[in-house]
Design a binder for this molecule. Structure first.
Ligand code: 2AL
Length: 250
């Protein structure tokens, strides 16, 4: 089984962090690969970054489906940018790390809190909780107040701030579990769980396990309804190359 991770931001080091964490958790029959868009923001910290990176996510799905056989994709940014568009573009299951983490957390706790990066990304996670129907199970979305790239460049300080916020969540929120709110935290799960004393659910690793489950169940993205392949049509200007597309898994 081939699971391909797409890091929607363009930072090599974070793609590698995500790939290693996914490889570590994957079953012996799973081959894990990872890539990132050729163009786009180095980190995703708001609506603007998300809008640009969503195009990169879809382009990575199109490219990978043309080049090789992929059994499932993981969109490895906590805003799940481009998730539904990516599902339209392929038959393979596509799993976002926020939705994966919310599902897993809801299976092991009745209430959880999310610890994400910058305060401005809190609203993005809150919108996703509403969209996916997990608002009731999530007590609070908290920010550790760290820029995304600090996870790569100032890792010890970033880890300390996440642990501090996780301890606050445990004391104040009445929760059973913590969800980590950034793909760049994929390697921190065990340390944070040990330091905070709660189960910690992380999206990249959760998504890999859900991908393995869906492929094992021989379930693929439904091509009936809104997730059908996009209708071929002309695109103009910068996106001319997307005109009259045919899809590899069609
Ligand atoms: C993210 C993430 O997972 N990757 C990234 O660049 N930004 N999300 C976040 N809430 O910080």
């Amino acid at each position: 089984m081939h699971v391909h991770l797409i890091n929607p931001n363009t930072t090599d080091a974070m793609t590698e962090t995500i790939r290693l964490a996914a490889t570590d958790i994957a079953g012996p029959a799973t081959r894990v690969t990872a890539s990132q868009p050729a163009s786009g923001p180095v980190s995703i910290e708001g609506h603007f970054d998300e809008a640009i990176s969503a195009v990169g996510v879809v382009e990575e799905v199109l490219r990978m489906d043309r080049e090789t056989q992929v059994d499932a994709y993981v969109v490895a940014c906590f805003g799940d940018p481009g998730l539904l568009a990516a599902r339209e573009a392929t038959r393979a299951p596509v799993i976002g790390i926020a939705e994966a983490a919310f599902h897993m957390a809801s299976l092991i706790s009745t209430r959880f809190s999310v610890v994400t990066t910058l305060p401005r990304t809190v609203i993005i996670a809150e919108h996703l909780l509403d969209q996916y129907g997990f608002r009731h199970q999530c007590r609070r979305v908290r920010a550790a107040d760290i820029p995304v790239l600090d996870l790569e460049q100032d890792g010890d300080r970033a880890l300390a701030k996440i642990i501090e916020e996780g301890r606050r969540a445990k004391q104040e929120d009445g929760i059973g579990a913590i969800v980590l709110g950034c793909g760049g935290m994929a390697d921190l799960t065990d340390t944070i769980s040990r330091e905070v004393g709660l189960p910690v659910v992380e999206g990249v690793t959760s998504a890999v396990k859900l991908a393995e489950a869906l492929v094992g169940l021989r379930l693929a993205t439904s091509k009936t309804g809104d997730l059908a392949f996009p209708r071929p049509k002309p695109f103009v200007g910068h996106y001319q190359h997307l005109s009259h597309l045919t899809f590899a898994q069609e």
